[in-house]
Design a protein around this ligand. Structure first.
Ligand code: FAD
Length: 477
């Protein structure tokens, strides 16, 4: 009986998994394996929050596989050494895997491919991460897209993505060789004895395919219809919360697309599908511009006069900027591993514009603390906010953190939840506590500059400074 290797990467699920389906096609045995290859990922190795999620997700995947008759072999080290050795030991001619888009993962695929080929074996890559692979998808002139709107139009014109594959009822597993890692020995969790910053995560999340399906079903059954209006309000659960599940491939983009299209007609579903296309666009950009995480796509911005300042960066990271909507977001991020999209934009804008901190410092913090940290979406979004991406918010458009708070969190529900020291302020001052008269502050039990900081920068001054820096750069000259 033949054996095939199934290499799980960023697609930790059993349903709609083209590589799993292909491995089962021949009717032989399958050995599923996950390789933690921090060496290949290098500086882009998973952040702390991602590692927490990954461990939970692997536990869930192992359980699902066991229920269908297959083990999950865990390994740690270089994929191009481990996979060919496993294939040789099992007599497997083919390794099936999903195609990954990250530059390090593409290099990894190449090395695995070469090592297998040298031994007369093959790596077969399948589409498991995106709706459409970015290679071979271009504009009329064949060039990759640099701007979202024509990209999204072309994606929609290319037709529906097709029906998702069901999860196989049984997977005839091959016997794994001795010596695999355990979930503990992979070392994904924070070091024992350190304060467990992830302690609050389980209250918000259920990593794994079952958790992903439950969240998708819940969203498609109701909130999607109100998505258009509610997605911008951080105080309500108006968006799907699917991002960490999508990032780890516990649900496929195609499953989400189909569930959303079938669940609801109208502007809610339409807007939601456009967001899924933003994810696709980010992957498209990362594939065609692999420098996306490292360098400004508009080269002129490499000369931007950032003013790196560790105390300002720390105030932002810790949610102590004095701007309530930003601080609420940064604390939501720390405590739950996720931040609302509107607040991500406002918080990122404050950092790169009012505070003139390099966008890469902000992206690095998000990378370490977001459970959905995704090299494509994170890098593309930071470049969008900083104005240095190919399809970016113009640099001169500076979010006002007070007005954004008042518009999208008018009664301060979000701020009160995440910044409890402000909870007793009246609505009129919840986004501008420094303007509250002394008796109002006293009634709210708030000592400004003591319990909660004054703004680290005056919003108008910060804006003017950012615009002056931009004018000096003359990015479009
Ligand atoms: P929904 O509104 O329910 O959207 C559904 C899905 O569409 C999301 O799960 C996500 O996969 C995708 N999506 C939505 N908006 C975007 C977007 N602007 N760009 C790309 N994909 C999108 N998203 C990440 O998944 N990982 C990141 O590391 C990440 N970093 C970001 C950094 C900054 C500075 C900003 C402004 C945005 C970032 N985003 C990132 C995009 C967006 O904020 C999140 O995808 C969204 O908040 C996730 O919540 P949700 O699942 O409820 O989204």
């Amino acid at each position: 009986m033949t054996t095939q290797l199934l290499w799980f990467r960023h697609d930790l699920r059993l349903a709609d998994h083209a590589a799993l389906a292909a491995a089962l096609e021949g009717g032989g045995r399958v050995l599923p394996v996950f390789v933690l290859d921090d060496g290949a990922a290098g500086a882009q190795a998973y952040g702390g929050a991602s590692r927490w999620w990954l461990r939970q997700s692997l536990a869930s995947l192992a359980e699902s596989l066991a229920g269908r008759g297959a083990p999950l072999l865990l390994a740690k080290g270089r994929a191009e050494t481990i996979l060919p050795a496993l294939a040789a030991g099992l007599g497997a001619a083919t390794v099936h895997a999903g195609r990954a888009v990250e530059p390090w993962a593409r290099d990894q695929s190449r090395r695995v491919h070469e090592a297998l080929q040298d031994a007369g074996r093959a790596l077969r890559l399948h589409t498991t991460v995106v709706l459409r692979e970015p290679h071979g998808f271009g504009s009329g002139s064949g060039k990759p897209y640099a701007v979202y709107t024509p990209f999204a139009k072309a994606m929609l014109a290319a037709g529906e993505p097709g029906m998702p594959l069901p999860a196989p009822a049984a997977i005839p597993g091959a016997e794994p060789p001795a010596g695999g890692e355990t979930l503990d020995s992979l070392g994904l969790y924070p070091v024992a004895g350190e304060p467990d910053w992830a302690a609050g995560f389980p209250a918000h999340w259920q990593p794994g395919e079952a958790g992903a399906q439950a969240r998708l079903a819940r969203f498609a059954a109701g909130p999607i219809a109100r998505y258009d209006a509610a997605r911008n309000l951080p105080g309500v659960e108006g968006s799907s919360g699917l991002s960490p599940h999508l990032r780890w491939g516990e649900v496929s983009a195609r499953q989400v697309w189909n569930a959303a299209s079938q669940a609801a007609q109208g502007s809610g579903a339409e807007t939601f599908l456009k967001e899924i296309l933003w994810r696709e666009f980010s992957y498209h950009l990362l594939w065609h511009r692999p420098e996306l995480p490292e360098r400004c796509l508009r080269p002129a911005y490499e000369k931007f006069p950032w003013q790196p300042h560790a105390p300002l960066l720390a105030a932002w990271q810790q949610g102590r900027t004095g701007y309530p909507i930003v601080d609420a977001g940064m604390r939501q991020l720390w405590r739950s591993g996720w931040m609302h999209n509107r607040v991500r934009m406002v918080a990122a804008s404050l950092l790169v514009k009012h505070l003139l901190q390099p966008w890469r410092d902000g992206a690095a913090w998000f990378w370490d603390t977001l459970l959905d940290a995704d090299l494509a979406s994170n890098s593309a979004s930071w470049q969008w906010v900083a104005g240095c991406g190919t399809d970016a918010a113009p640099y001169f458009r500076v979010f006002n953190p007070v007005l954004q708070g008042e518009k999208f969190d008018p009664a301060g529900a979000y701020v009160r939840r995440w910044v409890p020291e402000l909870a007793r302020l009246p609505d009129a001052f919840i986004h501008r506590p420094w303007e509250a008269p002394a008796p109002v502050l006293a009634a709210a039990g708030l000592r400004l500059g003591h319990d909660y900081p004054r703004p680290v920068v005056d919003a108008a001054e910060g804006r003017a400074r950012a615009l002056a820096a931009l004018a000096a750069l003359r990015p479009d000259s």
